[in-house]
Design a binder for this molecule. Structure first.
Ligand SMILES: Nc1ncnc2c1ncn2[C@@H]1O[C@H](COP(=O)(O)OP(=O)(O)OP(=O)(O)O)[C@@H](O)[C@H]1O
Length: 241
């Protein structure tokens, strides 16, 4: 269970108050899509949840751990168990897609494995399975510098899944993908949420959001103006989107 209470964050030299008062509870298995006008704070919220931004105010509890009150334990938990996928996925450009998936992010991988690049054969099979699931089997042996933005994003998702992420925070993960591939990525995430209790918080275009989300949050004036479960937005709720 994830609980956020009264998160506030101002950005830039002018201290623009982007997030004013964000509160929510999230259960395992939810697939939440953030919606809101450009500049409403969707990326800022994801970055705050990933602890890539310092919070100005607010309480943050994850599975009973007070993350802000306990920065060492809290940060460690988030770094190990959560994956944050930026708009431009952070991958090692000189390694293949497969190696990127296997080696993982430094926070999730023992140092010896980072250095030697050694992996177990069941890890190899797991990585190939995820790459296959995300339509990347034919790209497994290519360096990620040779892949498109959308393909790199999918490699980052495969990596998060292989390393057992409990929560994925993904900023526009299907931007730049063709519709069929975008749908297959979202189908995979939805299935994982349902079957394994993975929690996803992401940013998607409205049409895909309404098809794949279990919950929609509309950000406005630094708050979650609408929190909608199990239905589409009304015309009133989508007025500023
Ligand atoms: N480091 C920063 N310095 C100054 N302003 C910032 C900074 N980061 C974000 N902002 C501003 O904060 C506001 C919210 O930005 P954010 O990227 O979170 O919005 P968004 O909803 O994700 O937008 P978009 O849909 O266009 O990607 C914007 O006005 C942006 O210009």
């Amino acid at each position: 269970m994830i609980t956020v209470e009264h998160l506030a964050k101002a950005v830039g030299e002018d201290k623009l108050p982007v997030l004013r008062d964000i509160s929510f509870q999230l259960e395992p298995g939810e697939l939440v899509v953030l919606l809101g006008a450009s500049g409403s704070g969707k990326s800022t919220l994801l970055r705050c949840l990933a602890l890539r931004e310092k919070w100005d105010k607010g309480n943050f509890r994850v599975d009973g751990v007070n993350v802000r009150g306990n920065m060492f334990t809290g940060r460690r938990k988030i770094r190990r168990e959560w994956a944050y996928l930026e708009q431009n996925a952070e991958l090692n450009p000189n390694r293949t897609a497969l190696k990127n998936v296997l080696i993982g992010q430094s926070s999730q991988t023992p140092l010896w494995r980072m250095v030697t690049g050694m992996v177990r054969s069941d890890d190899y099979m797991g990585a190939m399975d995820e790459l296959d699931l995300l339509g990347l089997l034919d790209k497994a042996k290519m360096k990620t510098s040779q892949l498109s933005g959308g393909e790199r994003q999918r490699v980052a998702i495969a990596r998060a899944l292989v390393h057992g992420a409990k929560v994925i925070l993904a900023d526009e993960p299907v931007t730049g993908l063709d519709p069929k591939t975008a749908e297959s990525v979202l189908e995979t995430l939805r299935k994982l949420c349902k079957e394994t209790g993975l929690t996803v918080v992401t940013v998607l275009p409205l049409e895909l959001a309404e098809r794949y989300a279990t919950r929609l949050w509309v950000l406005e004036d630094g708050k979650i103006k609408h929190d909608v479960k199990g239905r589409r937005l009304t015309s009133q709720e989508r007025i500023h989107l």
